[in-house]
Design a protein around this ligand. Structure first.
Ligand code: GLP
Length: 262
């Protein structure tokens, strides 16, 4: 794992955005795996601004989001489809039909899951998978004890996760109990992963992901098995890391000499 620690949350999110932009610049027909959540709102805001400033076209890019609440219609204000349109797709020149979010409607979830896996495969797989991390170490909506080789399927959300996402709904009772999420195996099949975590709320999960044992109890720890993962965090999220001095020695202030040299 490449662990990059930035002094501030802002710097970390800006760096994540610059990595996504660079992927699109270097490979205009990239297939991106995208994430939702509070962390990504600023990442996408930077990405939109950078795309405008540098006239980067998204017209050849395809995207696959990690997850969607089960039973929440795509046009609901609380759906991840609505989130993605509002925070990214409405502001760039991406072809809307090339943006994918798991289906949330009433069809059999097993069919919806298989269709999603098939669509990812048909697109040639994910080139760069963007990830956030839940306080309990979840990635996508793969909650603790998810199979580390899981593929897209329906998952029951933990109460903690439902409370963390309460702000997107009127009442806690409105937060769905289930979500369709790509699996940990699906994530591990991507060519590259970029995981972003900021704030002290994420410190325990970040430590378990990077330095804990590979365990289904912390789904993000499965990323230790992936050969090309970049972890972008701020000092608050990094504060429990035992080897923090080493990470900061290898990448002072989160920098790597070759980032823009390719
Ligand atoms: C949700 C999403 C995850 C995301 C997590 C963290 O649970 N399904 O993909 O990583 O939230 O969100 P936040 O950035 O708001 O902490």
């Amino acid at each position: 794992m490449k662990v990059l620690i930035f002094e501030t949350e802002e710097e970390a999110k800006r760096n994540a955005a610059s990595r996504l932009l660079r992927q699109v610049q270097l490979s205009p027909s990239s297939v991106l795996g995208l994430a939702t959540g509070g962390t990504m709102e600023a990442v996408y805001a930077h990405l939109i601004q950078m795309s405008l400033d540098q006239s980067v076209s998204w017209s050849g890019v395809a995207t696959f989001n990690l997850d969607e609440y089960w039973g929440v219609p795509a046009d609901s204000p609380a759906s991840y489809r609505t989130y993605m349109n509002a925070h990214l797709f409405d502001h760039i020149d991406i072809v809307r039909s090339a943006t994918h979010v798991p289906a949330s409607d009433g069809r059999d979830p097993r069919d919806a899951a298989q269709l999603y896996e098939d669509a990812i495969s048909a697109a040639g797989g994910i080139d760069l998978q963007l990830l956030g991390i839940g306080k309990n170490g979840h990635i996508g909506f793969n909650e603790p004890t998810s199979s580390l080789s899981s593929t897209t399927r329906i998952k029951t959300l933990t109460d903690d996760t439902r409370r963390a996402n309460r702000r997107y709904f009127d009442r806690l009772e409105d937060v769905p109990k289930y979500a369709l999420t790509v699996g940990i195996g699906t994530i591990l099949a991507s060519k590259e992963c970029l995981i972003v975590g900021t704030g002290q709320d994420k410190a325990a999960a970040v430590k378990a992901m990077i330095e804990g044992p590979v365990s289904a109890v912390c789904p993000a720890s499965a990323l230790q098995m992936h050969r090309n993962v970049t972890v972008v965090i701020d000092e608050q999220a990094a504060r429990d890391l035992e080897l923090i001095d080493y990470y900061q020695h290898v990448h002072p202030a989160g920098q790597e000499a070759d980032l823009f040299d390719v």
